[in-house]
Design a protein around this ligand. Structure first.
Ligand code: PDD
Length: 289
């Protein structure tokens, strides 16, 4: 089988013809940032917002963006010509490959740009209808979780806790408060009202998190962003995960105990429906809505 086409430093190449220097700071230090953009029937969802977040991540790590948002959108379009249907586009930009290993950020280095696209698997009907299991852990990551950095060891180790338990995600608490999960944002529902942790340096500002906020506003679902305690999570009627590839997903067991009645709740079902409608409308309009 032919290797899929990917983008590397301005060129479209088969994936197996791309090689990266062992001195690349992405490899040596995890010195890079990334994005994952969901694509429905060839149309990226919220591409502009993803590239704006990429810009913010680069600003945070003092990396000069090699492309404008418009250029990024064009590169995505070119890559997607080789990848029809529902896809997840992955974009990574690292600091580049200097002559020697040194922690100090080198000046004038050309960043390394890599993009690939893979068929996207959204949650199964079974997962949507029955919800998924999650476990919890202390949030042992760093204090710049708002940067979508490729330094993901903390997230990898957090995710492995749930993988070992046969669960879908690890929900994280820092100092008695909910932050997020290893690769998703988290919402809780109590007595019909949705709450999510505020946008700060302790969570990634999810593009899906933002879309859920917008859909809640438009759909008259009560939602507020505020600190959420661990006790509130454990006593919630509903818990949801959100991410570009998970969309919105109900959590029906937490650390082996049922969440509410142990079934996806009515507010989840409403939000899931709003999300599916939005997605279908965006794909039909052929715009990155
Ligand atoms: N993860 N929080 C973390 C730590 C994440 O890694 C992600 C996304 C999110 C949700 O963000 P968004 O809604 O923009 O996808 C929250 C991606 C999908 C990943 O690393 O594969």
């Amino acid at each position: 089988m032919n290797a899929p086409i990917a983008h590397f430093n301005g060129k479209l190449l088969p994936l197996d013809q791309i090689s990266i220097s062992p001195l690349d700071r992405g490899f040596i230090f995890g010195d890079g940032v990334y994005e994952v953009i969901p694509v429905y029937a060839g149309t990226p969802l919220r591409a502009r917002e993803h590239f704006e977040r990429l810009q913010r991540s680069m600003d945070e790590i003092r990396l000069t963006n090699p492309h404008t948002v418009v250029e990024w959108m064009k590169l995505t379009e070119e890559l997607l010509r080789h990848h029809p249907g529902d896809q997840a586009v992955y974009i990574q930009v690292t600091r580049g490959a200097p002559q020697k290993r040194d922690h100090v950020i080198p000046k004038g280095l050309q960043p390394t740009v890599f993009m690939m696209s893979n068929p996207m698997t959204t949650p199964s009907r079974e997962a949507v209808e029955n919800g998924v299991a999650c476990v919890t852990s202390r949030d042992f990551r760093w204090e710049k979780c708002h940067v979508k950095s490729t330094s993901l060891l903390g997230n990898v180790l957090a995710r492995q806790i749930s993988a070992d338990a046969g669960a879908t995600e690890t929900i994280l608490f820092r100092d008695g408060h909910l932050t997020e999960a290893s690769s998703s944002n988290v919402f809780v529902v109590k007595k019909g009202a949705v709450a999510a942790p505020p946008r700060d340096n302790l969570i990634l500002m999810g593009i899906t998190y933002d879309l859920v906020m917008q859909l809640a506003r438009e759909g008259a679902v009560k939602l507020e962003t505020r600190p959420v305690t661990e006790a509130e999570v454990r006593a919630a009627d509903e818990i949801w995960l959100s991410s570009s590839t998970k969309e919105v997903l109900a959590v029906t067991t937490l650390d082996g105990k049922p969440v509410g009645p142990g079934k996806p709740g009515p507010i989840f079902r409403r939000m899931h429906q709003l999300y599916q409608e939005h997605k279908a409308k965006a794909a039909k309009a052929k715009v990155a809505a």
